[in-house]
Design a protein around this ligand. Structure first.
Ligand code: BTN
Length: 246
């Protein structure tokens, strides 16, 4: 297991941005966790903003991984799966909206953003996660998609530090397995957690929208969608939206 170095800040623009800017100071053999109590310019996927007031977890896991690992995009799944495993132990019923939004009761509780820097022999990973822990209802309603918080789901305020420690431990365990065996051994776990499985979805890609049944996860973490023509299409990137049947 990698040695853990934790860097905590009261406020940062974004933990991912800070980590990238300070990459030279990171120990390449360690797992450096950059944490902020709040972010003033939290970043989401596709240039979206991640609303980041105090009370939630904002963390970027920084580590290096071998270049041979062609499944680097799967790291986002490994982190989402790790969070779901913890929430499942708490008797919640988390789902993953492919590629890596964690939902509870159909509402988003967490998102993952991965930045990378490629070197000759390895890749520096900046794997950021935001988890709505104690987010108030008034702020949740300003998010541009249905969102919730653990406080709202469990009816009590939770310790950010405790969840962070549990997540770190679970992620480190899963990361070792992933590096040894690849994503394939997580394929079933992710499939069992897949939101909208068997239901009609729409996927917005750069220039087109695809619709069909949310079918399964491939051994490389991609999404199989069964098109209306019954043909199976593998989706490599895009945003899933649940489609209400006509
Ligand atoms: C998404 O769902 O669009 C991804 C959201 C990722 C948010 C986290 S919060 C910690 C880290 N720092 C950032 O600026 N973004 C990620």
């Amino acid at each position: 297991m990698r040695k853990v170095i934790t860097k905590k800040f009261p406020s940062l623009d974004s933990t991912n941005t800070w980590a990238k800017q300070h990459e030279k100071e990171l120990d390449p053999g360690a797992m450096t966790c950059v944490l902020a109590e709040e972010q003033t310019k939290g970043r989401g996927r596709k240039q979206r903003t991640w609303i980041s007031p105090k009370g939630n977890l904002y963390c970027t896991f920084c580590f290096r991984i071998s270049h041979d690992n062609r499944q680097i995009p799967c790291l986002t799944h490994i982190l989402s799966i790790s969070l779901c495993e913890i929430l499942s132990q708490w008797k919640m019923n988390p789902k993953i909206k492919w590629p890596n939004d964690v939902l509870i009761g159909g509402k988003k509780i967490s998102g993952v953003l991965c930045d990378t820097e490629f070197y000759k022999n390895d890749v520096q990973i900046f794997l950021g996660i935001g988890i709505n822990i104690n987010m108030e209802e008034s702020i949740l309603s300003h998010i541009d998609q249905p969102a919730t918080s653990l406080k709202h789901c469990l009816g009590k305020t939770l310790s950010i530090e405790e969840l962070f420690q549990q997540l770190l431990e679970q992620f480190q365990k899963n990361l070792i397995l992933f590096e040894e065996k690849g994503f394939c051994i997580f394929q079933d776990r992710m499939q069992n957690l897949l939101a909208y499985r068997g239901q009609h979805i729409q996927i917005k890609e750069e220039n087109e929208t695809i619709s069909g049944i949310c079918h399964s996860i491939t051994c490389d973490g991609h999404l199989n969608v069964q098109l209306d023509s019954k043909e199976m299409k593998t989706i490599y990137t895009g945003d899933v939206q649940f489609k209400i049947p006509d």
